[in-house]
Ligand binder design. Structure first.
Ligand SMILES: Cc1cc2nc3c(=O)[nH]c(=O)nc-3n(C[C@H](O)[C@H](O)[C@H](O)COP(=O)(O)O)c2cc1C
Length: 168
């Protein structure tokens, strides 16, 4: 039996069907951030966030192996997960698009180990890297939550490959 996978197919499931089916799962949107060894901030838009464990408090994000920022997450001790508020769609676009400096004009403060905490977010986690492993074409980054913070407000929602707001 061949172990080769057909192009355009994700395992035994058609890749487009897989993506469209995943898009039926409503998520929030986060910007995951890190500082490099020179103190420069890096960040990317991520909706693969999930809570993993309560004791200890663990969370995960999954990052494409082709992503330039991945090396920073794999080589640093701390990272942050910023959960965007409903009026921060521009940050989701900014941190998912090619840009010389994604942080230009973006307000943030340094958290644990200098990790960028974006201003105006709904919540954030400051995490220590607990473990990383490759799964398919992504790297899974598991973090132990060292600081958790939230405020009241409305989240930015992603559903059906589009930005949404919660209907109350
Ligand atoms: C709503 C949304 C969610 C995303 N979620 C993820 C994700 O969970 N993992 C990932 O690797 N890329 C995700 N991306 C894509 C990355 O943000 C994008 O590929 C990355 O910022 C490109 O960075 P680079 O140009 O520095 O490689 C998402 C993009 C959007 C718009």
């Amino acid at each position: 039996m061949s172990s080769k996978r057909e192009p355009g197919r994700a395992g035994s499931v058609d890749a487009l069907l897989y993506r469209q089916t995943c898009a039926r799962f409503a998520t929030g949107i986060t910007v995951v951030t890190v500082v490099d060894e020179n103190g420069h901030p890096h960040g990317m838009t991520v909706n693969s966030f999930s809570s993993v464990s309560l004791h200890p408090p663990l969370v995960l994000v999954s990052i494409d192996l082709r992503n330039a920022i991945l090396g920073h997450f794999l080589s640093r001790q701390y990272f942050a997960i910023n959960i965007l508020a409903e009026d921060q769609q521009h940050l989701s676009r900014r941190f998912s698009s090619a840009s010389e400096n994604r942080f230009a004009g973006v307000a943030w403060t340094p958290g644990t180990g200098g990790v960028p905490l974006l201003s105006g977010v709904l919540a954030h986690f400051e995490c220590a890297v607990e473990k990383t492993f490759e799964a398919g074409d992504h790297s899974v980054l598991v973090g132990e939550v060292r600081v958790a913070w939230y405020r009241e407000g409305q989240p930015l929602v992603y559903y059906g490959s589009a930005y949404r707001k919660l209907d109350e």
